[in-house]
Design a protein around this ligand. Sequence first.
Ligand SMILES: NC(=O)c1ccc[n+]([C@@H]2O[C@H](COP(=O)([O-])OP(=O)(O)OC[C@H]3O[C@@H](n4cnc5c(N)ncnc54)[C@H](OP(=O)(O)O)[C@@H]3O)[C@@H](O)[C@H]2O)c1
Length: 336
Amino acid sequence: MKQLRLGKTGPVGSALGLGCMGMSGMYGPADRSESIATIHAALEAGVTLLDTGDFYGCGHNELLIAEALKTAPASRRDAARISVKFGAMRDPAGAWSLYDGRPAAVKNFLAYSLQRLGVDHIDIYRPARLDPVVPIEETVGAIADMITAGYVRHVGLSEVGAATIRRAASVHPICDLQIEYSLISRGIEDEILPLCRELGVGITAYGVLSRGLLSGHWQRGGVGPGDFRTYSPRFLDGNVEHNLTLVEALREVAVARGVTVAQIAIAWVVARGPHDIMPLIGARRRDQLAEALAALDVQLDAGDLAAIEAAVPKGAASGQRYAAAQMAHLDSENGS
Ligand SMILES: NC(=O)c1ccc[n+]([C@@H]2O[C@H](COP(=O)([O-])OP(=O)(O)OC[C@H]3O[C@@H](n4cnc5c(N)ncnc54)[C@H](OP(=O)(O)O)[C@@H]3O)[C@@H](O)[C@H]2O)c1
């Protein structure tokens, strides 16, 4: 497994991380035993970063990871690093409300996550979104207090813009920014990525397969109620037809290279930052994981990159990456 240091100050580990969100309902029902088998297979293959959020399935995802870690071989369990997002609040029916980044809330969320995960510390702890009424310095300061107390190792951020990254980094070194980055979500390239490089902040890129759209396997009509893809603009009628033509153009490049669409999409992100961008892949089955891991062996040369760019030019996707109400919570899109 290729290795990567997450930012200037973060842990050294696998160059690809496993995102566990889809194992707790965000993409419709998931198979619990297959989810655990997928986490085990990832650890066995040398994946060290597992990403979760306390709000994924309202605690379900953390409990699932705890079970997978408990039943994994000790050496694999010890090598695992857990990244947890907090702050997104939900009601018992699962409806989303606001984000809470108050220092007291940070410590409260953390206390419950440690219990659910069955660990004595969390490797990377990050607010899922900026709480617009709490200065980021206070939220990061609370995480820094928890580092001093031994409950957290590193501070991460998620979906924040350049000004917030600078303010956060003035309080404590930031290990990584978790943010959507893919062939069809290239918003970080102009300002956020250069700033992260300047500050030594790594990137954990999510949505590398654009929630399955860029996997080459996704077909219209395959999603049920509650699946993110039933309301995500890029999957909606009027946009999805065009987006699937981009996938077919990418497939031609992939076939010519003897790899799959998912592999070329992952390899492209790796090529954009071999030393500071870690793709966080949302595989929820072992076959998906195996396909994703094989992408680390795909070396793209200048000709390949040009062919990919021609197939899927920057800004080519139809529709925004989130519905309007969710876009409003993205400091990365709305901040300076
Ligand atoms: N910080 C944030 O705001 C944020 C937001 C979203 C996600 N995340 C994190 O990032 C992780 C990855 O994000 P994501 O789930 O949106 O990303 P993704 O990797 O773009 O999409 C995952 C989906 O792609 C499909 N897929 C098809 N072939 C695949 C393959 N070979 N390997 C993997 N997936 C394949 C699966 O769809 P099917 O379900 O149809 O099988 C899977 O559910 C999440 O698990 C979560 O930990 C963070």
